[in-house]
Design a protein around this ligand. Structure first.
Ligand code: NAG
Ligand code: NAG
Ligand code: NAG
Length: 499
Protein backbone atom coordinates (compact mmCIF):
# COMPACT_ATOMS: atom_id res chain seq x y z
CA UNK A 1 0.00 0.00 0.00
CA UNK A 2 2.76 2.39 0.99
CA UNK A 3 4.70 1.67 -2.17
CA UNK A 4 1.59 2.13 -4.25
CA UNK A 5 1.01 5.49 -2.64
CA UNK A 6 4.59 6.41 -3.24
CA UNK A 7 4.33 5.46 -6.88
CA UNK A 8 1.23 7.52 -7.25
CA UNK A 9 2.89 10.45 -5.55
CA UNK A 10 5.89 10.31 -7.84
CA UNK A 11 3.90 10.00 -10.99
CA UNK A 12 1.59 12.83 -10.06
CA UNK A 13 4.58 15.07 -9.43
CA UNK A 14 6.02 14.12 -12.74
CA UNK A 15 2.91 15.35 -14.48
CA UNK A 16 3.11 18.91 -15.55
CA UNK A 17 0.45 21.04 -14.02
CA UNK A 18 -0.32 23.30 -16.92
CA UNK A 19 -1.95 25.92 -14.79
CA UNK A 20 1.43 26.36 -13.17
CA UNK A 21 3.51 26.22 -16.28
CA UNK A 22 5.48 29.43 -15.94
CA UNK A 23 5.76 31.48 -19.05
CA UNK A 24 9.26 32.27 -17.96
CA UNK A 25 9.94 34.31 -21.03
CA UNK A 26 7.28 36.77 -19.86
CA UNK A 27 9.99 37.88 -17.46
CA UNK A 28 11.69 39.34 -20.47
CA UNK A 29 8.85 41.62 -21.31
CA UNK A 30 8.18 45.12 -20.11
CA UNK A 31 5.18 43.77 -18.18
CA UNK A 32 7.40 42.07 -15.65
CA UNK A 33 6.41 44.38 -12.82
CA UNK A 34 2.85 43.11 -12.89
CA UNK A 35 3.90 39.49 -12.53
CA UNK A 36 3.11 37.67 -9.29
CA UNK A 37 5.27 38.65 -6.39
CA UNK A 38 8.07 36.43 -5.23
CA UNK A 39 5.98 34.99 -2.43
CA UNK A 40 3.20 33.84 -4.69
CA UNK A 41 5.71 32.53 -7.13
CA UNK A 42 7.28 30.42 -4.39
CA UNK A 43 3.95 29.09 -3.19
CA UNK A 44 3.08 27.73 -6.61
CA UNK A 45 6.15 25.50 -6.52
CA UNK A 46 5.99 21.90 -5.42
CA UNK A 47 7.49 21.56 -1.96
CA UNK A 48 11.23 21.64 -1.81
CA UNK A 49 11.61 18.09 -0.65
CA UNK A 50 10.10 17.05 -3.97
CA UNK A 51 12.88 18.77 -5.91
CA UNK A 52 16.04 16.93 -6.78
CA UNK A 53 19.47 18.42 -7.30
CA UNK A 54 18.90 19.05 -11.00
CA UNK A 55 15.83 21.12 -10.34
CA UNK A 56 17.53 22.90 -7.44
CA UNK A 57 20.19 24.13 -9.84
CA UNK A 58 17.54 25.45 -12.22
CA UNK A 59 15.79 27.05 -9.27
CA UNK A 60 18.95 29.03 -8.54
CA UNK A 61 19.07 30.10 -12.18
CA UNK A 62 15.47 31.33 -12.02
CA UNK A 63 16.20 33.25 -8.83
CA UNK A 64 19.28 34.91 -10.33
CA UNK A 65 17.39 35.96 -13.44
CA UNK A 66 14.58 37.41 -11.36
CA UNK A 67 17.11 39.25 -9.27
CA UNK A 68 18.83 40.77 -12.31
CA UNK A 69 15.42 41.99 -13.48
CA UNK A 70 14.55 43.38 -10.06
CA UNK A 71 17.72 45.37 -9.64
CA UNK A 72 17.78 46.31 -13.34
CA UNK A 73 21.43 45.44 -13.47
CA UNK A 74 24.02 42.84 -14.19
CA UNK A 75 24.84 40.61 -11.26
CA UNK A 76 27.58 38.55 -12.80
CA UNK A 77 31.14 39.43 -11.81
CA UNK A 78 32.55 37.36 -14.61
CA UNK A 79 34.33 39.13 -17.44
CA UNK A 80 31.96 39.08 -20.42
CA UNK A 81 32.97 39.30 -24.05
CA UNK A 82 29.54 40.63 -25.00
CA UNK A 83 26.86 42.37 -22.98
CA UNK A 84 23.44 42.73 -24.58
CA UNK A 85 22.26 46.32 -24.38
CA UNK A 86 19.74 48.48 -26.10
CA UNK A 87 16.15 48.56 -27.16
CA UNK A 88 16.22 45.50 -29.44
CA UNK A 89 16.12 43.37 -26.27
CA UNK A 90 12.83 42.95 -24.49
CA UNK A 91 14.78 42.99 -21.26
CA UNK A 92 18.55 43.10 -21.66
CA UNK A 93 19.20 42.35 -17.96
CA UNK A 94 16.99 39.28 -17.90
CA UNK A 95 18.53 38.02 -21.11
CA UNK A 96 22.09 38.62 -20.05
CA UNK A 97 21.65 36.81 -16.75
CA UNK A 98 19.67 34.03 -18.33
CA UNK A 99 22.37 33.50 -20.94
CA UNK A 100 25.05 33.28 -18.23
CA UNK A 101 22.95 30.80 -16.28
CA UNK A 102 22.45 28.74 -19.41
CA UNK A 103 26.19 28.62 -20.07
CA UNK A 104 26.69 27.41 -16.55
CA UNK A 105 23.88 24.87 -16.32
CA UNK A 106 22.35 23.69 -19.58
CA UNK A 107 23.30 20.10 -20.41
CA UNK A 108 21.88 18.26 -23.39
CA UNK A 109 21.86 14.51 -23.83
CA UNK A 110 21.33 13.20 -27.34
CA UNK A 111 19.90 9.71 -27.59
CA UNK A 112 22.13 7.26 -29.43
CA UNK A 113 19.42 5.01 -30.88
CA UNK A 114 18.62 4.99 -34.59
CA UNK A 115 20.69 4.94 -37.75
CA UNK A 116 21.82 7.60 -40.14
CA UNK A 117 20.62 9.36 -42.20
CA UNK A 118 17.11 9.49 -40.70
CA UNK A 119 18.57 9.89 -37.23
CA UNK A 120 21.83 11.66 -36.28
CA UNK A 121 22.08 13.43 -39.61
CA UNK A 122 20.40 16.24 -41.49
CA UNK A 123 20.91 18.68 -44.36
CA UNK A 124 23.94 21.00 -44.18
CA UNK A 125 23.03 23.17 -47.14
CA UNK A 126 20.01 25.02 -48.45
CA UNK A 127 16.89 26.08 -46.73
CA UNK A 128 16.48 23.49 -44.00
CA UNK A 129 20.17 23.22 -43.15
CA UNK A 130 19.79 24.52 -39.63
CA UNK A 131 18.31 21.09 -38.82
CA UNK A 132 21.52 19.31 -39.77
CA UNK A 133 23.80 21.87 -38.15
CA UNK A 134 22.07 21.65 -34.79
CA UNK A 135 22.08 17.85 -34.84
CA UNK A 136 25.78 17.92 -35.71
CA UNK A 137 26.60 20.55 -33.08
CA UNK A 138 24.89 18.52 -30.38
CA UNK A 139 26.38 15.21 -31.44
CA UNK A 140 29.77 15.78 -32.98
CA UNK A 141 31.23 18.97 -31.56
CA UNK A 142 33.08 19.80 -28.38
CA UNK A 143 30.19 21.95 -27.26
CA UNK A 144 30.17 22.57 -23.53
CA UNK A 145 26.39 22.06 -23.65
CA UNK A 146 26.78 18.36 -24.33
CA UNK A 147 26.20 16.25 -21.21
CA UNK A 148 28.80 13.56 -20.60
CA UNK A 149 26.19 11.17 -19.23
CA UNK A 150 22.39 11.14 -19.46
CA UNK A 151 21.98 11.45 -15.70
CA UNK A 152 23.77 14.81 -15.89
CA UNK A 153 21.41 16.19 -18.52
CA UNK A 154 18.54 18.58 -17.95
CA UNK A 155 17.25 18.30 -21.51
CA UNK A 156 17.12 15.37 -23.93
CA UNK A 157 17.41 15.60 -27.68
CA UNK A 158 15.65 13.29 -30.15
CA UNK A 159 17.96 13.54 -33.15
CA UNK A 160 15.65 12.80 -36.08
CA UNK A 161 15.68 14.95 -39.19
CA UNK A 162 12.31 15.63 -40.77
CA UNK A 163 14.01 16.74 -43.98
CA UNK A 164 15.85 13.43 -44.20
CA UNK A 165 12.72 11.42 -43.44
CA UNK A 166 11.04 13.20 -46.35
CA UNK A 167 14.07 12.64 -48.54
CA UNK A 168 14.74 9.03 -47.82
CA UNK A 169 11.55 7.39 -46.63
CA UNK A 170 9.16 9.05 -49.05
CA UNK A 171 10.06 7.14 -52.17
CA UNK A 172 8.01 7.52 -54.20
CA UNK A 173 6.54 10.65 -52.70
CA UNK A 174 3.14 10.31 -51.07
CA UNK A 175 1.18 13.17 -49.50
CA UNK A 176 0.59 11.27 -46.27
CA UNK A 177 1.85 12.12 -42.83
CA UNK A 178 1.85 8.51 -41.70
CA UNK A 179 5.44 7.47 -42.49
CA UNK A 180 6.70 10.67 -40.86
CA UNK A 181 4.64 10.09 -37.75
CA UNK A 182 5.65 6.45 -37.59
CA UNK A 183 9.39 7.20 -37.74
CA UNK A 184 9.12 9.73 -34.95
CA UNK A 185 6.53 8.06 -32.70
CA UNK A 186 8.38 4.75 -32.89
CA UNK A 187 11.54 6.53 -31.87
CA UNK A 188 9.86 8.00 -28.81
CA UNK A 189 8.41 4.61 -27.90
CA UNK A 190 11.82 3.01 -28.24
CA UNK A 191 13.59 5.47 -25.94
CA UNK A 192 10.66 5.58 -23.54
CA UNK A 193 10.81 1.83 -23.04
CA UNK A 194 14.56 1.68 -22.80
CA UNK A 195 15.44 4.70 -20.67
CA UNK A 196 13.81 6.23 -17.59
CA UNK A 197 13.99 9.88 -18.68
CA UNK A 198 10.92 10.37 -20.84
CA UNK A 199 8.53 8.88 -18.28
CA UNK A 200 10.14 10.86 -15.48
CA UNK A 201 9.01 14.15 -17.03
CA UNK A 202 6.27 12.89 -19.35
CA UNK A 203 8.43 14.26 -22.19
CA UNK A 204 8.60 17.82 -20.86
CA UNK A 205 12.42 17.98 -20.92
CA UNK A 206 12.68 16.33 -24.34
CA UNK A 207 12.92 18.21 -27.60
CA UNK A 208 13.17 17.98 -31.37
CA UNK A 209 14.43 20.42 -33.99
CA UNK A 210 12.83 20.68 -37.43
CA UNK A 211 13.04 23.25 -40.16
CA UNK A 212 11.10 21.32 -42.78
CA UNK A 213 7.48 22.51 -43.21
CA UNK A 214 6.22 19.17 -42.02
CA UNK A 215 7.90 19.38 -38.61
CA UNK A 216 4.66 20.23 -36.76
CA UNK A 217 2.94 17.12 -38.10
CA UNK A 218 5.15 14.89 -35.96
CA UNK A 219 2.87 15.37 -32.99
CA UNK A 220 -0.49 15.43 -34.79
CA UNK A 221 -0.70 11.64 -34.91
CA UNK A 222 -0.39 11.21 -31.14
CA UNK A 223 -1.23 14.45 -29.34
CA UNK A 224 -1.29 12.79 -25.93
CA UNK A 225 2.22 11.36 -26.21
CA UNK A 226 3.62 14.69 -27.42
CA UNK A 227 1.62 16.89 -25.07
CA UNK A 228 4.64 18.30 -23.19
CA UNK A 229 7.31 17.69 -25.82
CA UNK A 230 9.32 20.80 -26.80
CA UNK A 231 9.30 21.34 -30.55
CA UNK A 232 11.77 23.78 -32.05
CA UNK A 233 10.28 24.53 -35.46
CA UNK A 234 10.80 26.88 -38.39
CA UNK A 235 7.13 26.42 -39.23
CA UNK A 236 5.82 28.17 -36.13
CA UNK A 237 2.18 29.02 -36.76
CA UNK A 238 0.38 29.76 -33.51
CA UNK A 239 -2.95 28.83 -35.12
CA UNK A 240 -1.68 25.39 -35.99
CA UNK A 241 -0.76 23.96 -32.62
CA UNK A 242 2.44 25.90 -31.97
CA UNK A 243 2.48 26.94 -28.28
CA UNK A 244 5.10 29.61 -27.61
CA UNK A 245 5.44 28.63 -23.93
CA UNK A 246 6.33 25.07 -24.81
CA UNK A 247 7.67 25.31 -28.38
CA UNK A 248 10.26 27.65 -29.85
CA UNK A 249 10.80 29.12 -33.30
CA UNK A 250 13.85 28.05 -35.25
CA UNK A 251 15.34 30.67 -37.58
CA UNK A 252 15.34 29.48 -41.18
CA UNK A 253 18.69 30.05 -42.89
CA UNK A 254 19.64 29.72 -46.51
CA UNK A 255 23.08 28.17 -46.73
CA UNK A 256 24.93 27.66 -49.98
CA UNK A 257 27.79 25.29 -50.46
CA UNK A 258 28.11 24.97 -46.72
CA UNK A 259 29.15 28.59 -46.54
CA UNK A 260 28.09 29.63 -43.11
CA UNK A 261 28.41 33.26 -42.22
CA UNK A 262 26.66 36.09 -44.01
CA UNK A 263 28.46 37.60 -46.99
CA UNK A 264 30.93 40.00 -45.48
CA UNK A 265 30.88 42.50 -48.32
CA UNK A 266 30.14 45.87 -46.86
CA UNK A 267 26.42 46.51 -47.22
CA UNK A 268 25.23 49.83 -48.51
CA UNK A 269 24.51 52.44 -45.83
CA UNK A 270 21.02 53.97 -45.89
CA UNK A 271 21.65 56.95 -48.20
CA UNK A 272 22.82 54.61 -50.96
CA UNK A 273 19.68 52.54 -50.91
CA UNK A 274 17.67 53.68 -53.89
CA UNK A 275 15.01 50.94 -53.77
CA UNK A 276 12.24 51.43 -51.24
CA UNK A 277 11.25 47.76 -50.96
CA UNK A 278 12.34 44.53 -52.61
CA UNK A 279 11.08 41.00 -52.99
CA UNK A 280 11.80 38.16 -55.40
CA UNK A 281 10.32 34.74 -54.94
CA UNK A 282 7.95 32.09 -56.20
CA UNK A 283 4.25 32.03 -55.56
CA UNK A 284 4.48 29.75 -52.59
CA UNK A 285 1.57 30.22 -50.23
CA UNK A 286 -1.44 32.51 -50.21
CA UNK A 287 0.33 35.57 -48.82
CA UNK A 288 2.69 35.58 -51.76
CA UNK A 289 -0.24 35.25 -54.13
CA UNK A 290 -1.63 38.48 -52.70
CA UNK A 291 1.72 40.23 -52.81
CA UNK A 292 2.42 39.25 -56.40
CA UNK A 293 -1.10 40.11 -57.51
CA UNK A 294 -0.72 43.67 -56.23
CA UNK A 295 2.89 44.44 -56.87
CA UNK A 296 4.54 42.08 -59.34
CA UNK A 297 6.65 44.06 -61.85
CA UNK A 298 4.49 47.14 -61.35
CA UNK A 299 6.49 49.68 -59.40
CA UNK A 300 9.99 51.11 -59.53
CA UNK A 301 10.17 51.75 -55.83
CA UNK A 302 8.41 48.64 -54.58
CA UNK A 303 10.26 46.04 -56.63
CA UNK A 304 8.43 42.74 -56.51
CA UNK A 305 9.40 39.93 -58.87
CA UNK A 306 8.45 36.33 -59.16
CA UNK A 307 11.79 35.68 -60.79
CA UNK A 308 14.63 38.13 -60.92
CA UNK A 309 15.33 39.72 -64.29
CA UNK A 310 18.46 38.40 -66.02
CA UNK A 311 21.68 39.83 -64.65
CA UNK A 312 20.15 41.08 -61.42
CA UNK A 313 21.81 39.70 -58.33
CA UNK A 314 19.57 38.80 -55.44
CA UNK A 315 21.85 39.70 -52.51
CA UNK A 316 23.19 42.81 -54.19
CA UNK A 317 19.63 44.04 -54.69
CA UNK A 318 18.83 43.38 -51.05
CA UNK A 319 21.80 45.53 -50.15
CA UNK A 320 20.36 48.36 -52.22
CA UNK A 321 16.91 48.23 -50.68
CA UNK A 322 15.75 50.11 -47.60
CA UNK A 323 13.16 47.46 -46.77
CA UNK A 324 13.03 43.78 -47.71
CA UNK A 325 9.60 42.22 -47.94
CA UNK A 326 9.41 38.89 -46.12
CA UNK A 327 6.10 37.21 -46.90
CA UNK A 328 5.48 33.79 -45.38
CA UNK A 329 6.27 30.86 -47.63
CA UNK A 330 9.51 29.30 -48.76
CA UNK A 331 10.90 29.24 -52.28
CA UNK A 332 13.29 31.68 -53.75
CA UNK A 333 13.43 34.11 -56.62
CA UNK A 334 17.06 34.24 -57.46
CA UNK A 335 17.54 33.21 -61.02
CA UNK A 336 20.75 34.93 -61.90
CA UNK A 337 22.92 32.02 -62.87
CA UNK A 338 22.75 28.32 -63.47
CA UNK A 339 24.21 27.30 -60.16
CA UNK A 340 21.48 29.21 -58.43
CA UNK A 341 18.86 27.84 -60.75
CA UNK A 342 19.85 24.32 -59.77
CA UNK A 343 19.77 25.30 -56.14
CA UNK A 344 16.37 26.81 -56.65
CA UNK A 345 14.97 23.59 -58.08
CA UNK A 346 16.26 21.61 -55.14
CA UNK A 347 14.84 24.12 -52.76
CA UNK A 348 11.43 23.99 -54.31
CA UNK A 349 11.58 20.23 -54.21
CA UNK A 350 12.51 20.32 -50.58
CA UNK A 351 9.90 22.92 -49.89
CA UNK A 352 7.15 20.85 -51.39
CA UNK A 353 8.56 17.63 -50.04
CA UNK A 354 8.63 16.42 -53.61
CA UNK A 355 11.13 13.64 -53.79
CA UNK A 356 11.47 11.91 -57.08
CA UNK A 357 13.33 8.64 -57.20
CA UNK A 358 16.79 9.26 -58.55
CA UNK A 359 16.72 12.97 -57.85
CA UNK A 360 20.04 14.42 -56.88
CA UNK A 361 22.03 11.28 -57.63
CA UNK A 362 24.21 11.04 -54.55
CA UNK A 363 22.43 10.46 -51.35
CA UNK A 364 19.73 8.22 -52.62
CA UNK A 365 21.83 5.15 -52.24
CA UNK A 366 22.35 6.09 -48.61
CA UNK A 367 19.25 4.56 -47.19
CA UNK A 368 19.29 1.25 -48.85
CA UNK A 369 16.48 -1.19 -48.31
CA UNK A 370 18.77 -2.95 -45.83
CA UNK A 371 18.98 0.06 -43.54
CA UNK A 372 15.27 0.68 -43.75
CA UNK A 373 14.68 -2.99 -43.04
CA UNK A 374 16.97 -2.85 -40.00
CA UNK A 375 15.13 0.21 -38.77
CA UNK A 376 11.81 -1.54 -39.11
CA UNK A 377 13.18 -4.62 -37.35
CA UNK A 378 14.55 -2.38 -34.64
CA UNK A 379 11.09 -0.95 -34.11
CA UNK A 380 11.62 2.29 -36.04
CA UNK A 381 9.72 3.63 -39.03
CA UNK A 382 7.74 0.41 -39.26
CA UNK A 383 4.90 0.00 -36.82
CA UNK A 384 1.42 1.43 -36.95
CA UNK A 385 0.72 4.64 -35.11
CA UNK A 386 0.25 8.04 -36.57
CA UNK A 387 -2.88 8.96 -38.35
CA UNK A 388 -4.22 10.78 -41.27
CA UNK A 389 -3.16 13.51 -43.52
CA UNK A 390 -2.96 16.85 -41.79
CA UNK A 391 -3.98 18.67 -44.93
CA UNK A 392 -1.72 20.73 -47.12
CA UNK A 393 -0.37 23.94 -45.71
CA UNK A 394 2.51 26.20 -46.45
CA UNK A 395 5.08 27.16 -43.92
CA UNK A 396 5.12 30.52 -42.21
CA UNK A 397 8.88 30.95 -42.03
CA UNK A 398 11.15 32.23 -44.76
CA UNK A 399 14.95 32.43 -44.94
CA UNK A 400 14.46 35.95 -46.26
CA UNK A 401 14.19 37.38 -42.78
CA UNK A 402 17.77 36.37 -42.00
CA UNK A 403 19.01 37.28 -45.46
CA UNK A 404 17.53 40.68 -45.05
CA UNK A 405 19.25 41.19 -41.68
CA UNK A 406 22.54 40.01 -43.21
CA UNK A 407 22.10 42.54 -46.02
CA UNK A 408 21.48 45.38 -43.58
CA UNK A 409 17.95 45.72 -44.96
CA UNK A 410 15.00 46.28 -42.60
CA UNK A 411 12.69 43.24 -42.84
CA UNK A 412 9.00 43.80 -43.49
CA UNK A 413 7.06 40.88 -42.02
CA UNK A 414 3.99 39.86 -44.01
CA UNK A 415 2.46 36.94 -42.20
CA UNK A 416 -0.43 35.57 -40.17
CA UNK A 417 0.20 34.07 -36.75
CA UNK A 418 3.91 33.54 -37.30
CA UNK A 419 5.79 33.53 -34.00
CA UNK A 420 9.02 35.32 -34.91
CA UNK A 421 12.30 33.58 -34.03
CA UNK A 422 14.01 34.56 -30.77
CA UNK A 423 11.04 36.79 -29.96
CA UNK A 424 11.30 35.60 -26.36
CA UNK A 425 14.38 37.82 -26.14
CA UNK A 426 14.26 40.20 -29.08
CA UNK A 427 11.74 42.99 -29.59
CA UNK A 428 11.15 42.70 -33.32
CA UNK A 429 9.28 46.00 -33.46
CA UNK A 430 12.64 47.73 -32.96
CA UNK A 431 14.26 46.31 -36.08
CA UNK A 432 11.48 45.26 -38.42
CA UNK A 433 8.12 46.44 -39.70
CA UNK A 434 5.01 44.25 -39.59
CA UNK A 435 2.34 44.92 -42.16
CA UNK A 436 -0.96 43.05 -41.86
CA UNK A 437 -1.76 40.97 -44.90
CA UNK A 438 -4.96 42.96 -45.59
CA UNK A 439 -2.82 46.05 -46.06
CA UNK A 440 -0.57 44.63 -48.76
CA UNK A 441 -2.01 47.17 -51.26
CA UNK A 442 -0.80 49.96 -48.93
CA UNK A 443 2.80 48.76 -48.62
CA UNK A 444 4.18 51.73 -50.49
CA UNK A 445 2.36 54.41 -48.50
CA UNK A 446 3.12 52.66 -45.20
CA UNK A 447 6.84 52.41 -45.92
CA UNK A 448 7.02 55.92 -47.35
CA UNK A 449 5.51 57.30 -44.17
CA UNK A 450 8.42 56.01 -42.09
CA UNK A 451 10.64 59.02 -41.41
CA UNK A 452 14.41 59.01 -41.96
CA UNK A 453 14.85 59.22 -38.25
CA UNK A 454 12.65 56.20 -37.59
CA UNK A 455 14.38 54.36 -40.39
CA UNK A 456 17.82 55.05 -38.91
CA UNK A 457 16.69 53.53 -35.61
CA UNK A 458 15.27 50.44 -37.26
CA UNK A 459 18.43 49.98 -39.24
CA UNK A 460 20.69 50.34 -36.28
CA UNK A 461 18.50 47.66 -34.66
CA UNK A 462 19.10 45.43 -37.67
CA UNK A 463 22.85 45.86 -37.37
CA UNK A 464 22.67 44.90 -33.70
CA UNK A 465 20.25 42.00 -34.07
CA UNK A 466 22.00 40.20 -36.87
CA UNK A 467 24.74 38.98 -34.56
CA UNK A 468 22.15 36.56 -33.19
CA UNK A 469 21.34 35.10 -36.60
CA UNK A 470 24.84 34.19 -37.70
CA UNK A 471 25.61 30.51 -38.00
CA UNK A 472 29.07 29.43 -36.83
CA UNK A 473 30.45 25.94 -36.65
CA UNK A 474 31.47 25.24 -34.04
CA UNK A 475 28.88 27.55 -32.54
CA UNK A 476 29.96 30.72 -30.74
CA UNK A 477 28.48 32.76 -27.93
CA UNK A 478 25.26 34.57 -28.81
CA UNK A 479 25.18 33.21 -32.37
CA UNK A 480 22.15 31.52 -33.86
CA UNK A 481 22.78 28.02 -32.50
CA UNK A 482 23.39 29.30 -28.99
CA UNK A 483 20.35 31.56 -29.26
CA UNK A 484 18.22 28.56 -30.23
CA UNK A 485 19.63 26.71 -27.23
CA UNK A 486 18.71 29.73 -25.16
CA UNK A 487 15.11 29.49 -26.39
CA UNK A 488 15.20 25.84 -25.35
CA UNK A 489 16.65 26.80 -21.99
CA UNK A 490 13.76 29.20 -21.35
CA UNK A 491 11.22 26.49 -22.22
CA UNK A 492 12.97 24.18 -19.78
CA UNK A 493 12.83 26.83 -17.08
CA UNK A 494 9.09 27.02 -17.66
CA UNK A 495 8.54 23.64 -16.06
CA UNK A 496 9.52 22.22 -12.70
CA UNK A 497 10.33 18.56 -12.53
CA UNK A 498 10.87 16.42 -9.46
CA UNK A 499 14.45 15.33 -10.04
C1 NAG B 1 37.35 18.38 -30.16
O1 NAG B 1 38.53 18.62 -29.42
C2 NAG B 1 39.57 17.70 -29.70
C3 NAG B 1 40.72 17.96 -28.73
O2 NAG B 1 40.99 19.32 -28.63
C4 NAG B 1 39.99 17.86 -31.16
O3 NAG B 1 41.01 16.95 -31.49
C5 NAG B 1 38.78 17.58 -32.05
O4 NAG B 1 39.10 17.81 -33.39
C6 NAG B 1 37.62 18.47 -31.66
N1 NAG B 1 36.46 18.06 -32.40
C7 NAG B 1 35.69 18.90 -33.08
C8 NAG B 1 34.56 18.32 -33.83
O5 NAG B 1 35.88 20.11 -33.10
C1 NAG C 1 7.40 4.26 -19.41
O1 NAG C 1 5.98 4.21 -19.44
C2 NAG C 1 5.45 3.34 -20.42
C3 NAG C 1 3.95 3.54 -20.45
O2 NAG C 1 3.43 3.56 -19.16
C4 NAG C 1 5.89 1.93 -20.14
O3 NAG C 1 5.38 1.06 -21.11
C5 NAG C 1 7.41 1.88 -20.17
O4 NAG C 1 7.88 0.60 -19.85
C6 NAG C 1 7.98 2.88 -19.18
N1 NAG C 1 9.43 2.93 -19.37
C7 NAG C 1 10.30 2.54 -18.45
C8 NAG C 1 11.74 2.64 -18.82
O5 NAG C 1 9.97 2.12 -17.37
C1 NAG D 1 -1.39 29.98 -39.94
O1 NAG D 1 -2.47 29.10 -39.74
C2 NAG D 1 -3.77 29.64 -39.97
C3 NAG D 1 -4.77 28.56 -39.64
O2 NAG D 1 -4.53 27.38 -40.37
C4 NAG D 1 -3.87 30.14 -41.40
O3 NAG D 1 -5.13 30.76 -41.61
C5 NAG D 1 -2.76 31.13 -41.67
O4 NAG D 1 -2.80 31.57 -43.00
C6 NAG D 1 -1.41 30.49 -41.38
N1 NAG D 1 -0.37 31.45 -41.62
C7 NAG D 1 0.38 31.43 -42.73
C8 NAG D 1 1.31 32.54 -42.89
O5 NAG D 1 0.32 30.52 -43.57
Amino acid sequence: MASLLCLFFLSSLALIDHRHRQAFQSLFGPTFKSLPSRRRYTSSMPNHEGIGSMEASLERARANIRRAVRIQGYISQKEQSFIPRGEIYRNAYAFHQSYIEMEKRLKVWTYREGERPIYHDGPFSLMYSIEGHIIDELENSNSTFIAARPDQANVFFLPFSITNILRYVYRPFIASMIPLQTCTTDYVKLILNKHPYWNRSDGADHFMVACHDWGPYVSYGNPKLFKNFIRILCNANSSEGFHPDRDATLPELQIHDRRLSPPDEEEEPPPKRPILAFFAGGEHGHIRTLLLRHWKDKDEEVQVHEYLPKGVNYHATMRKARFCLCPSGAGDGRDDDDEEKGTMREMEEEAFGVVVVGWGGEGFGLVGEDILRRMVDGGLCGGGGGSGDGGWRYEVASPRIDESLYAGCVPVILSINFVLPLSDVLDWSKFSVSIPVERIPDIKTILQSITDEEYARLRSGVMQARKHFVLNRPAKSYDVIHMVLHSLWLRRLNVRLPY
